[in-house]
Design a binder for this molecule. Structure first.
Ligand SMILES: C[S@@+](CC[C@H](N)C(=O)[O-])C[C@H]1O[C@@H](n2cnc3c(N)ncnc32)[C@H](O)[C@@H]1O
Length: 348
């Protein structure tokens, strides 16, 4: 007896940061009005179902990428899960039915298990079993990154969800959008991961910029990344910057509040801001320094979600900058907690 079948309607698993899936669902519903959402993990992982065909549903998602949706994976087969070794036979049977793989294609297998549930195998164990089978049957190359195809397998308690897609159609090519960076020896702050992720997510290359202003820079994770990328950095924060940075020849450190600095106009081509406090207050402080940016300068700004009204908060921040800053994107990054990251550009 076959223990798996395609879902009746277009179906994706959507992942958001903990406690934020509710916002992702709200955004997706604006794109797919008949959306039904079922929680797989509380306010974090949801099964998104619509009568819109898969291609159109995906196009809508990619055209207006939801701020809180970190990752999606298509669900092409739903099956019964025993959580024992016998599941491998089911997974192998589905894999063998695949028609899209060509010899030489790079195929990644991304398996996620539900936390708190016991399985007789690991996520890596599934990959270990399936990889040789895919190599033998299709002549594909198993990879972890830079895949042509991703097999996404989400394991629930007694059901599993299987889908195959191009990584670009998953919004992130990391399993569940959980992008990982290696912690470096002597790394100044974990905040550095946020800026690294913003660089990847927004397809930026900070080494292409020349002069950056870092608002709320201490202890200096973001500043250290920009210095590593070869930029001249003006770091502003009344709090202390890490001593390892202070003698850097490319660094200017202004140990005071942003509202007490005066800098020449049209100086910087990159503004980054990770100041804590009220988002509206942060936006006004940033506004004061907008004349110091060159036309076309890029801004990467963390917006703290203090009042749980994320869409309204982002709108208010953008309204404070008015026409001076053009909105490019807003995303809750994997490394953001109760905050989102804005990507803006100064108008020419
Ligand atoms: C989350 S931390 C920044 C971490 C930093 N991005 C890093 O990578 O290490 C927030 C910083 O904003 C600073 N801050 C808050 N209000 C500020 C203001 N008005 N002017 C300058 N810095 C401010 C705080 O002192 C604090 O160091």
């Amino acid at each position: 007896m076959q223990t798996f079948q395609p879902p009746a309607q277009t179906c994706f698993i959507g992942s958001a940061n903990p406690h934020h899936a509710v916002y992702a669902v709200e955004e997706v519903r604006r794109l797919w009005p008949d959306l039904t959402a079922k929680e797989l993990e509380e306010n974090e992982i949801v099964l998104l179902t619509t009568s819109t065909d898969l291609e159109s549903a995906l196009t809508l998602l990619k055209q207006k990428e939801p701020m809180f949706l970190r990752h999606v994976q298509p669900v092409e087969q739903v099956g019964v899960l025993t959580r024992s070794q016998s599941d491998f036979e089911t997974f192998a049977a589905i894999a063998q039915q695949e028609t899209r793989f060509c010899p030489g294609d790079k195929v990644a297998i991304q398996v996620r298990r539900t936390p708190g549930i016991t399985y007789d195998y690991t996520a890596f164990g599934v990959k270990e079993k399936l990889d040789p089978l895919l190599v033998e049957q299709f002549g594909v190359e198993p990879v972890v990154r830079d895949a042509d195809w991703v097999i996404s397998l989400y394991l629930g308690k007694d059901q599993f969800y299987w889908g195959v897609s191009h990584p670009a159609d998953n919004l992130s090519d990391w399993s569940g959008g959980m992008i990982r960076f290696r912690q470096e020896l002597g790394q100044i702050s974990r905040a550095k991961f946020k800026l690294l992720e913003a660089e990847t997510r927004f397809r930026l290359d900070f080494s292409q910029f020349h002069r950056a202003i870092d608002l709320g820079a201490a202890p200096g994770g973001w500043t250290s990344l920009l210095l590593e990328r070869g930029l001249q950095v003006t770091a502003i924060d009344p709090a202390v910057l890490h001593p390892s940075l202070l003698s850097h020849p490319q660094l200017t450190y202004l140990a005071r509040s942003v509202n007490h600095v005066n800098l020449p106009n049209q100086t910087f081509d990159l503004l980054v801001c990770d100041m804590n406090g009220s988002p509206q207050q942060m936006a006004r402080l940033v506004e004061r320094l907008l004349p110091t940016l060159k036309a076309g300068a890029t801004g990467i700004v963390t917006v703290k979600l203090l009042h749980k009204k994320p869409f309204q908060t982002v709108k208010e921040v953008l309204a404070i900058w008015g026409k001076t800053m053009r909105f490019i994107a807003a995303k809750q990054l994997y490394h953001n907690r109760d905050e989102v990251t804005l990507y803006v550009q100064k108008e020419d």
